[in-house]
Design a protein around this ligand. Structure first.
Ligand SMILES: Cc1cc2nc3c(=O)[nH]c(=O)nc-3n(C[C@H](O)[C@H](O)[C@H](O)COP(=O)(O)OP(=O)(O)OC[C@H]3O[C@@H](n4cnc5c(N)ncnc54)[C@H](O)[C@@H]3O)c2cc1C
Length: 468
């Protein structure tokens, strides 16, 4: 066991300049050849593909049902309705997933993957909607036209144009050909209107003129998704913000340069979470009304306190330390996420870039005497004083044989390369699993380097600090 504060290592430019995990992958595990999976892990891995597959099947079923119901009215009409039906199902599901259904996290592999599927459902819905509008089902000869049906047709156009704007805004994070990122708040504000547009699209499918005697199954299927999607949107917008968060007050606030650690104590029911999970935090009384996600950087404690380490990256996180006073009420909505400590993995490399240390702080704090795994935690920072939890981690390393700590400061020690990582880790990385939380550039550089050395980890797990 070593607890080293200095070790030569290299970081990529991007990593060195921005040690914070602005953009991560998700807590899924990607297998690498030759890896035997513990049963629980294997189950979790299979489980996480169930949700996306079910979502895809539901959209496909809607499209097939639409095509089959309208096939007698011609190929173009059948295809057009298939695309329209598929887009209603995709939109309804996207809204259901946006409601952060905690019970479905296991089927998707975590909330960030739920948001990933939500995003792709939105894009699929838009593509299908454009197809539906382009093919324009030809039903004039088969329906008795009504004023309501005409109105529903016009509203369909309106919903389409609105969706094109909103979904493109969500999809394109940057203004094309510039480095300008569309501010989160603008994206978030506009994104709220997708529910209204969905209501219009749902009305369009319900009220549009249909041929007499059409089979009812399609209508029932689409109405079910329309109702569920609308209910989920109403819940997300108007109920969840009041219902879900739990009450906490600020116990302690410690500033460490650009990072702030806050310790919160529950005012009522304690939060039950597993190390590595995250929660949405807000403090409406302190002008921090919008809820932001942060990993709980402490292990569950009997008194129910939770700690977060928050790096100042933007408006909200910069304001936080000045806005909070001891006793300040805060709201915490969680837990979410599946970046969990895997007890059954005998050799583990935990690689953190900057503030990406937070899940590992919780994991390390949660280690018990029964944990006999060989663990190497490598924390890449720019300067040594950025490693605000170094003492805490050294104390844990001193208690746990097999827990190895290396803090690598790129400015004084040089860059973290795969070669240096392999040299720091006291076992063969090719026999271990890699757990990463930090800048994507660092993750990629390390994986590429390890691959080139023929030392790819048996599995690679990675946590996202981005939900968009
Ligand atoms: C699962 C997860 C765990 C995280 N854990 C930590 C942590 O332990 N410590 C830490 O310092 N940071 C963590 N983050 C990142 C943190 O949420 C953002 O840095 C913070 O929300 C930025 O807000 P801002 O207004 O200060 O910055 P901005 O400049 O407004 O936002 C920067 C980026 O943060 C994201 N973001 C902003 N607002 C929100 C929001 N309300 N909800 C979701 N994402 C948002 C967007 O991608 C945005 O582009 C985590 C993020 C996620 C998704």
């Amino acid at each position: 066991m070593t607890a080293s504060g200095r070790a030569g290592a290299t970081m990529t430019d991007a990593a060195a300049n921005s040690p914070e995990p602005r953009s991560h992958a998700h807590p899924s595990a990607r297998g690498t050849p030759g890896g035997m999976l513990p049963f629980g892990d294997a189950l979790a891995r299979v489980g996480s593909t169930v949700g996306p597959s079910l979502a895809a099947l539901a959209v496909l079923a809607g499209a097939i049902l639409g095509g089959w119901t309208y096939a007698p009215y011609g190929l173009q009409t059948g295809l057009g309705i298939a695309l329209g039906a598929g887009s209603i199902v995709a939109m309804g599901l996207a809204l259901i997933l946006a409601a952060r259904p905690r019970g479905l996290e296991g089927l998707f592999g975590g909330l960030d993957r739920i948001y990933g599927v939500h995003k792709w459902l939105g894009i699929t819905a838009l593509a299908m909607m454009i197809g539906h509008n382009t093919l324009e089902p030809e039903l004039e000869r088969f329906v008795r036209e009504s004023g309501l049906g005409d109105f529903a047709g016009d509203l369909g156009e309106l919903a389409l144009n609105g969706f094109i704007g909103l979904i493109l805004l969500s999809w394109i994070k940057r203004i094309p050909f510039t480095r300008l990122e569309i501010p989160w708040q603008i994206w978030r504000f506009t994104h709220r209107f997708t529910g209204l547009l969905f209501a219009i699209a749902a009305f369009h499918q319900l009220a549009i003129d249909k041929p007499a005697g059409i089979a009812p199954a399609l209508g029932l299927y689409l109405n079910a998704f329309s109702l569920a999607g609308l209910a989920a949107w109403l819940f997300t917008q108007f109920v969840a913000p009041f219902l879900r968060p739990q009450g906490f007050v600020l116990d302690q606030l410690q500033r460490h340069g650009s990072a702030t650690e806050i310790t919160l104590r529950p005012t009522g029911r304690a939060l039950r979470w597993r190390p590595g999970q995250f929660a949405f935090v807000s403090a409406p009384g302190a002008g921090l009304t919008e809820a932001h996600p942060f990993t709980i950087a402490s292990a569950p404690a009997p008194d129910g306190h939770v700690r977060f380490a928050i790096k100042a990256l933007g408006d909200w996180t910069r304001r936080l330390p000045d806005r909070l006073r001891p006793g300040q009420p805060l709201r915490v909505d969680g837990p979410y996420g599946r970046f969990l400590f895997r007890r059954r993995v005998p050799r583990q490399v935990w690689l953190a870039g900057g503030i990406g240390i937070t899940p590992f702080l919780a994991w390390a704090e949660a280690l018990t005497e029964a944990d006999r795994q060989q663990i190497a935690l490598v924390w890449a920072v720019t300067t040594p004083d950025e490693a605000f939890a170094a003492e805490r981690l050294r104390a844990i390393a001193a208690r746990h044989p097999g827990f190895d700590l290396h803090i690598v400061a790129s400015r004084s020690d040089g860059r973290l390369t795969a070669e240096r990582l392999a040299a720091l880790v006291p076992f063969d990385i090719a026999t271990a699993e890699l757990f990463f939380c930090g800048p994507t550039a660092l993750h990629r550089a390390i994986l590429t380097g390890l691959r080139a050395m023929g030392k790819s980890p048996r599995r690679d797990h990675c946590e996202a600090f981005e939900l968009r």
